[in-house]
Write a protein that binds this ligand. Structure first.
Ligand SMILES: [Cu+2]
Length: 465
């Protein structure tokens, strides 16, 4: 299908109404959510919000999903139908992308590439059956810097049938806000920073609270689900006062569990920790971000009650997700270079533009959220590809693929496990090889998840046919 005819189809679909378009597009992918048993949809209303985030009075012009204030932690079950109806209560178009979930293309939430814009007052029905268990999230893919920057990001936990049992399951959404001293939003970015590592927030939160104190049973096993939902910040996490092991990265169980030493977590990434709470009531565990010049406390966990006397070895294994096996012997190479580009102005876009182009993939700068030119590559459905990515820039880039997972094969800079992931944090001067099985048909964006980089050129897409 050419882009032109696809666009025409999308425009025609938009006239049918959002839910009609969803069915049409999902049907076209061959993985039609519409043909599966329907789940009762969770209503997800995107809406403006004024809320006292800082404790110093209301921050105006925030955005959230649902009753709020914070977007709800959605729960789904692996292999069972899930549905959510997005109602757009904002005064601008939006969509929802289900980050890390291997959905049919029509459910992926990228305007023009996979679905129509959802205009103010309109709705869109998302329906899919999550194939994988783990920690995922949802956020817009339209005017993303503003919409995510103002609050639109929530967690999605997909429970597996054989998940080991924990004494507590604590999702923790980490993010910053760009607020001035009066607690009101300031400019979402600075161009000179967008051309470097990105523009940092000024007010840090976990679950929309500054340094929240959570509680968990003393001597209990806690599954701490961490999401780096910030538009810019990379975290280097450290835990004091408890032993913990990394059990999953980006929704997928890690091949070998390891301690949380100084693992970096880039925007878009998730990290599941199995944490053993201290035995004595009142003892405090502290999660700190040690990246940057000043360590910053993210959250604390206080032990409550009599000790449950559990131990980390009590935990069963997490079952691997049914991601297809990469076939190294039959794989073709696919090379990508992340680079800076000559500064230029991108085209106008319904989903907003920063007004700058700073970045590119294979020397092509994406000209906006909504004006794809051609796919970077056309992949054959079911075939394996060795994606070789080089980052010759002096900045880190968490590079994210929609619709499919890849397995980390090698890095020129650090030892890696064969992690299965949707987002890999490319370090400066790093070269990695990722194994991809192109098993999900459709057009899938591949972009840096530092949103200023994404929105100023570092985006492309792969077509699987
Ligand atoms: Cu980047």
């Amino acid at each position: 299908m050419t882009i032109l005819s696809r666009r025409s189809l999308l425009k025609a679909s938009a006239l049918l109404g959002a839910s009609g378009a969803a069915g049409l597009l999902a049907g076209g992918s061959g993985l039609a959510g519409a043909l599966k048993p329907q789940a009762e949809p969770t209503v997800l209303k995107a809406r403006p919000l004024d809320f006292d985030l800082t404790g110093k009075g209301q921050t105006r012009g925030m955005m959230t999903y649902g009753e709020g204030p914070m977007p709800p932690v959605l729960r789904a079950r692996q292999g069972e139908a899930f549905a959510a109806r997005l109602l757009n209560g904002l005064d601008e178009p939006t969509t929802v992308h289900w980050h890390g979930v291997r959905v049919p293309n029509g459910m992926d939430g990228v305007p023009l590439l996979s679905q129509p814009y959802v205009y103010p007052g309109d709705h869109f029905d998302y329906a899919f059956t999550p194939p994988d268990a783990g920690t995922f999230w949802y956020h817009p893919h339209c005017n993303t810097l503003e919409q995510m920057g103002r609050g639109l990001a929530g967690m999605l936990v997909v429970e597996g049938k054989d998940d080991p049992s924990f004494d507590a399951d604590l999702p923790l959404l980490l993010r910053d806000w760009r607020l001035g001293g009066n607690g009101q939003f300031i400019e979402a970015f600075k161009a000179r920073d967008a051309a470097k590592s990105g523009t940092y927030g000024t007010f840090r939160t976990a679950n929309w609270r500054k340094e929240p104190e959570l509680s968990a049973p003393a001597g209990g096993l806690v599954r701490l689900r961490l999401l780096a939902a910030d538009v810019t910040r990379i975290y280097t996490l450290k835990l004091d006062g408890a032993t913990a092991q990394v059990i999953a990265l980006d929704g997928n169980p890690v091949p070998n569990r390891f301690p949380l030493d100084t693992l970096m977590l880039g925007p878009g990434q998730r990290l599941d920790l199995a944490l053993l709470m201290p035995e004595s009531e009142g003892a405090v565990v502290t999660l700190t971000d040690i990246r940057g010049s000043q360590p910053k406390v993210i959250a604390t966990l206080k032990a409550t009650g009599a000790s449950l006397k559990r131990a980390l070895p009590d935990l069963g294994v997490l079952t691997a997700n049914p991601v297809p096996d990469f076939d190294a012997g039959a794989a073709s190479n696919l090379d990508m270079q992340l680079s800076a580009t000559a500064e230029s102005a991108p085209k106008q876009s319904i989903c907003g533009t920063l007004g700058y182009t700073f970045w590119s993939i294979n020397n092509v700068a994406w000209s906006g959220d909504t004006d794809p030119t051609a796919p970077l590559a056309e992949l054959k459905q079911g075939r394996s590809y060795r994606v070789r990515i080089a980052n010759p820039t002096p900045h880190a880039h968490p590079i994210h693929l929609h619709g499919m997972n890849f397995v980390v094969l090698s890095s020129n800079m650090r030892p890696v496990q064969p992690f299965v992931t949707d987002t890999w944090l490319m370090l400066p001067d790093e070269k990695v090889e990722l194994g991809l099985v192109a098993d999900n048909p459709g057009d899938w964006v591949f972009h840096c998840h530092i949103i200023e980089h994404q929105k100023s050129g570092m985006t492309t897409y792969l077509r699987v046919v």
